[in-house]
Design a binder for this molecule. Structure first.
Ligand code: SAM
Length: 362
């Protein structure tokens, strides 16, 4: 991502459902969604209390949103988990479920054609239920306003809210690269770089909370997981691959200095402090989720393909490499992961996510 580019106008995952697409390479994120399901179910249960007023509270319907839905098999997982949980809970309470509206939101450059095809299939599975599930597509950035005031009851998100609105200003202004070619300089500047990223995340996440606070009803719930503190290792890992590519002449060496991947992962404490300082939400629960399979690993090929599906558009925008260069990116990524499966550089080591469940204060 070039220093001057506006992330929100350009960022997207690899579109479509081809071999390198996000749709075909998002099993790591799918594992995270499974881990978030109990938190979503708990949030739904708290929204639908056994107090006799539930039916009235939702006579205007219940609105559920996914922020950063992307495209592919994961797109509908969070909202459909919430829909199923509402139906189950209402059946337990022997109440008629409210009318439900699911909003799928992502940046305008997301592959919404694929999202609409998934939605059409999903709607068919819901035809026998009454009242119906209504759907809406909301293109836009979660750093800004997306929905009407006081209209949302449940907001969900996985693997998205760690994306920043821009490269950290302090670094761009002072011409400090994320990853200096010179290892000594890189080490000396590491804490300056991390602090600049942390400041940008603080500003962006505060804004995300502020926007959602306006859009959510008092008592509404927000459940999400995002990359944790070791995201910085993932950024270093990706930059190390790009340096190897530059050394092979596959991408322009000169362009490395102005390449910033606009994402940051906070520690649990950092996230807690930002939420408390913003003040609109109380914290019900926080947890750390590992994005590993049941055996505690992600196969190197799977991890490498996942990195490509997320990073390819950003890399090609900045460096403009050919598909061949991106095939080489995949090979080097896999090689690095195999070389150091337990190294701190490895995505399988640096993939802890922070999950949180919040309530909009009344
Ligand atoms: C790795 S994908 C995660 C998709 C899906 N939630 C999952 O768990 O598989 C991250 C998504 O966040 C979206 N995203 C990044 N920044 C965004 C922003 N400012 N506003 C809305 N969506 C954003 C990207 O376009 C991308 O589709």
């Amino acid at each position: 991502m070039a220093a001057g580019l506006v992330v929100e106008e350009t960022l997207h995952m690899v579109p479509g459902d081809g071999e390198t697409s996000y749709a075909r390479n998002s099993t790591v994120q799918s594992g995270l969604q499974s881990k978030l399901k109990p938190m979503i179910e708990e949030a739904v249960a708290s929204l639908l209390k056994d107090d006799g007023v539930t039916a009235n509270a939702y006579c205007g319907g219940m609105a559920i949103a996914d922020l950063g839905c992307s495209s592919g098999p994961n797109t509908l997982v969070l909202v459909s988990t919430a829909v199923d949980a509402v139906r189950r809970r209402c059946s337990e309470l022997q109440q008629q479920p409210p009318e439900l509206c699911i909003h799928l939101s992502d940046l305008p450059s997301n592959d919404f054609n694929l999202v609409i095809r998934s939605l059409a299939t999903y709607i068919k599975t819901q035809e026998s239920f009454s009242p119906p599930v209504l759907t809406s597509i909301v293109p836009g950035s979660f750093h800004g306003r997306l929905f009407n005031k006081s209209s949302l009851h449940l907001v969900c998100s996985t693997a998205s809210l760690h994306w920043l609105s821009k490269a950290p200003e302090d670094l761009v202004r002072n011409g400090i690269p994320f990853y200096d070619r010179d290892e000594k300089v890189r080490r000396a500047r590491r804490s300056t770089v991390i602090k600049a990223y942390a400041r940008q995340f603080n500003d962006d996440f505060t804004r995300i909370l502020h926007m959602r606070a306006q859009e959510m009803v008092p008592g509404g719930r927000m459940v999400f997981s995002l990359l944790g503190q070791s995201a910085i290792l993932f950024l270093e890992f990706t930059n190390a691959i790009l340096h190897e590519m530059a050394s092979k002449g596959l991408i322009d060496n000169e362009k490395l200095g102005s390449f910033y991947i606009p994402l940051y992962g906070p520690s649990e404490n950092e996230l807690r402090e930002i939420i408390e300082a913003e003040g609109s939400f109380s914290i019900d629960k926080m947890a750390v989720h590992e994005s590993l399979d049941q055996n505690g690993i992600v196969a190197p090929e799977t991890a490498a393909r996942a990195v490509r599906a997320v990073m390819e558009p950003i890399i090609t925008q900045h460096f403009g490499p050919s598909a061949d260069a991106m095939d080489e990116f995949l090979r080097i990524t896999e090689k690095f992961i195999k070389m150091s499966p337990l190294d701190e550089f490895s995505p399988s080591k640096s993939s802890a996510f922070v999950a949180a469940s919040l309530t909009r204060r009344t």
